[in-house]
Design a protein around this ligand. Structure first.
Ligand SMILES: *Cc1c(COP(=O)(O)O)cnc(C)c1O
Length: 495
């Protein structure tokens, strides 16, 4: 299967090439030439599979040149790092209302679902593509991708990884998780600015021909572990299928019945994977895009204009504090009936004028599959408190945003389809804000907050976090955003 760039000036022969490259040469994102289908009979056969088998089955529809048995063993290995080897267990909260818990992996955020598998996909993809150089992964993170990527790639053969995070834009726990990372091939650097500044700086390095040539002479090729990489996106498609199978197996829905998914959204990778699942034939109703105060996507949904020239807010859901949602480009490309030159023009407008618009016709198409709304900080805290009161279930702030948007949607519609909220992080990654929401106050120290949260809610503190306290802080550098390339070069030369 070929992969095209959303901007039309680049294509590759197979998924392995797309994954190895990360970003297309013209700055666009790789999309599959068509969406492979999963038939009802195939979906039925997936009912009896475990999570790793479901993952392999879905992935292989795109990753045709990967050996099936080898891919399956890579999936088994990746998902053995999750509690009960399940990447996406479903919890029933109420009639027709479910939470898909995507945070039972090594770093307690949904990014683990893709990033435990990506090292294999990338190593193999590079081998298939005939790439002999060492691989350098550059990551811009809003908090969770960085840690998940570091954990996934630490001590991987022939691969180095460097993570940039916004120095003031991540939670204490997130920062500590990254700065204490072990492994001989890793580096972590804070960048002054917000996530968009980080992402833009890293993208600039990716598309520079000069950098590419310089690095090649040093026997290094760049790749990306961000969700612009198809290898990140593809494993995320699995859990929509898996959730569906679990709901059928527990008799909550009948085979063929549509299900709605509510997704706390930042870079638009998670929800786009749901759209891909729907294109592949999964009976999905609405994909509900939930934002925090940085509600650029809600506005896009309502007006058809994407305008990132607006105030940036720091919220209690930092992994969604994003104004430039990279993966929206893939959706806009589909909405335009795959008009790559129009997509390229719009992305050019976004770069020069900070905005672009879609047509009324495209907007109508958007409305067939999506709904969007947002939740402010106060509503988010109330949701955490109310949900704990009512169900004894502790939400993290990102998931709370999605739950509140789900409630708003249900209040205004007669939609009776089952509703699955994607839970993207453990509440213990954000103990201060979660505790404050539930009890009204919380100590600033994250570990103290975690301890009280544990006592108040009788939920266990994940071991990965309690262990952090004793770990050495290896990475403390913070740089100006125009110094990112220098920092990368230094990292390559140092070892
Ligand atoms: C990354 C992240 C999100 C946003 O996901 P996107 O794929 O970027 O839309 C939401 N919640 C948490 C906890 C995250 O780590």
């Amino acid at each position: 299967m070929k992969f095209f760039s959303t901007r039309g000036k680049s294509e590759v022969n197979c998924s392995a090439n797309a994954i190895a490259k990360g970003l297309a040469d013209d700055g666009g994102l790789f999309v599959p030439e068509k969406f492979p289908k999963v038939s009802m009979a195939e979906l039925k056969s997936m009912l009896d599979f475990d999570y790793a088998e479901r993952a392999c089955f879905v992935l292989h529809k795109y990753l045709e040149e990967y050996d099936y048995a080898e891919l399956l063993s890579a999936c088994k290995n990746a998902y053995s790092k999750f509690e009960d080897s399940d990447g996406a267990p479903i919890v029933k909260i109420d009639d027709n209302f479910f939470i898909m818990e995507l945070f039972h992996g090594p770093t307690l955020a949904f990014k683990d679902v893709a990033l435990t598998l990506l090292p294999y996909l990338l190593r193999k993809g590079s081998d298939i593509s005939g790439i002999k150089e060492n691989i350098l992964i550059l990551v811009a993170t809003s908090g969770d991708t960085g840690k998940a990527a570091l954990e996934g790639f630490k001590d991987a053969d022939g691969i180095k990884i460097m993570v940039f995070y916004p120095s003031e834009g991540v939670s204490d726990m997130q920062k500590l998780q990254m700065c204490t990372q072990e492994g001989g091939n890793v580096n972590v650097v804070g960048v002054k600015g917000n996530f968009d500044d980080c992402q833009t700086a890293v993208k600039k390095i990716f598309i520079s021909k000069q950098v590419e040539q310089d690095f090649k002479q040093r026997n290094v090729v760049l790749s990306s572990a961000n969700s612009i990489n198809f290898g990140r996106l593809a494993p995320q498609i699995t859990y929509y299928f898996s959730a569906y199978c679990d709901l059928v197996n527990s008799n909550e829905i009948k085979m063929g019945e549509e299900v709605n998914f509510v997704v706390p959204t930042g870079n638009f990778g998670n929800i786009l994977a749901g759209y891909y699942a729907k294109q592949m034939g999964l009976p999905v109703g609405k994909l509900i895009c939930a934002s925090n105060d940085n509600n650029v996507l809600t506005e896009f949904y309502l007006t058809g204009t994407y305008d990132c020239n607006r105030e940036f807010f720091k919220t209690t859901s930092p992994s969604m504090d994003i104004l430039i949602s990279s993966n929206l480009e893939r959706l806009v490309f589909e909405l335009s009936n795959r008009d790559a030159s129009l997509t390229a023009k719009r992305m050019e407008e976004l770069k020069s004028n900070s905005k672009y618009s879609i047509t009324e016709q495209e907007k109508a198409k958007l409305y067939e599959d999506f709904y969007a709304d947002y939740t402010d900080g106060e509503e988010c805290a109330e949701t955490i408190a109310d949900f704990f009161d009512e169900y004894g279930y502790v939400l993290d702030p990102h998931t709370a945003v999605a739950v509140d948007v789900a409630n708003k949607y249900l209040e205004n519609s007669e939609d009776e389809r089952a509703m699955v909220v994607l839970s993207t992080a453990s509440p213990y990654k954000f103990p201060h804000d979660v505790l404050k929401a539930i009890t009204g106050n919380a100590p600033t120290d994250a570990f103290k907050s975690a301890k009280i949260l544990n006592e108040e809610t009788a939920t266990p503190i994940p071991e990965q976090l309690s262990k952090l306290k004793e770990k050495q802080r290896r990475f403390t550098a913070v740089i100006e955003r125009d110094k990112t390339l220098e920092a990368v070069v230094e990292f390559i030369e140092n070892k």
